[in-house]
Write a protein that binds this ligand. Structure first.
Ligand SMILES: [Zn+2]
Ligand SMILES: [Zn+2]
Length: 239
């Protein structure tokens, strides 16, 4: 499975000049060149900047309707080019091309319809958990049972049901920020990793807020020894 990060920023990057060092577009990811997660307003401009080919997109799925994750204009343009938008609600399953996808409720108070995606393709499994604070109990259960749910009959290479998880890390290391009730801070993602280590092989953080984080290089150096890859725009991960 290939995950291309078109954007890794939170909503507060709006209006920041793209020349800003370590600039982040709004969060969006392209899976195996065919499945787009979150048709936000920056998809085309980011793809142009990082040389990502959008012409293979067949299906579009959306975590939630916040404006940094969903743009009607982006959906319109992609569907006019032949892609199909599949709105998945909590608990719904879809088999789209090579991908088996289960939507689970995310813990994201200002958008109660928010879903996260468990995605299987062949013997690979991804969990995409933006936006949201603490994974909900049902999500953890789905992660533990991921093989049966989206990759039946497969044996995980690393012996863990999920190969890679992308976690919301909006809040950084800022103490006392009330938004932890709908986004993670770095202490929370560290706790989540420690608990999910038996079930998840690789941990990635994304959806970083401009105003709550150190510059990317500093953040990345701090999180790498703690077992995290810090996503950045244009990053491609294969597993
Ligand atoms: Zn967001
Ligand atoms: Zn949101």
């Amino acid at each position: 499975m290939t995950v291309q990060f078109l954007g890794t920023g939170a909503a507060d990057w709006k209006g920041v000049p793209e020349s800003f060092p370590g600039y982040r577009y709004f969060s969006s990811a392209l899976i195996d060149g065919t499945l787009l997660i979150d048709p936000g307003p920056d998809v085309f401009i980011s793809a142009a900047r990082y040389g990502v080919d959008l012409s293979g997109i067949r299906f579009i799925i959306n975590t939630h309707s916040h404006k940094d994750h969903y743009s009607a204009a982006t959906v319109e343009k992609l569907t006019a080019a032949g892609a199909v938008f599949i709105p998945l609600k909590e608990g719904e399953f879809a088999s789209l091309g090579n991908h088996r996808i289960l939507a689970l409720k995310g813990n994201h108070g200002t958008c109660p319809d928010c879903v996260h995606f468990l995605i299987g393709s062949g013997d690979k499994v991804l969990y995409y958990a933006l936006d949201g604070a603490w994974l909900l109990y049902e999500e953890v259960e789905a992660i533990k049972n991921a093989r049966a749910l989206v990759a039946p009959g497969t044996v995980p290479t690393a012996g863990k049901p999920v190969d890679m998880i992308v976690l919301d890390a909006t809040i950084g290391d800022v103490p006392g920020d009330y938004r932890i009730f709908e986004h993670n801070n770095l202490n929370m993602v560290r706790e989540i990793r420690q608990t999910l280590l038996p079930h998840v092989d690789r941990f990635v953080i994304s959806h970083m807020a401009l105003t709550l984080h150190k510059p990317h290089d500093e953040l990345s150096k701090m999180m790498e020894p703690k077992g995290f890859t810090t996503a950045y725009d244009g990053l491609t991960l294969d597993f």
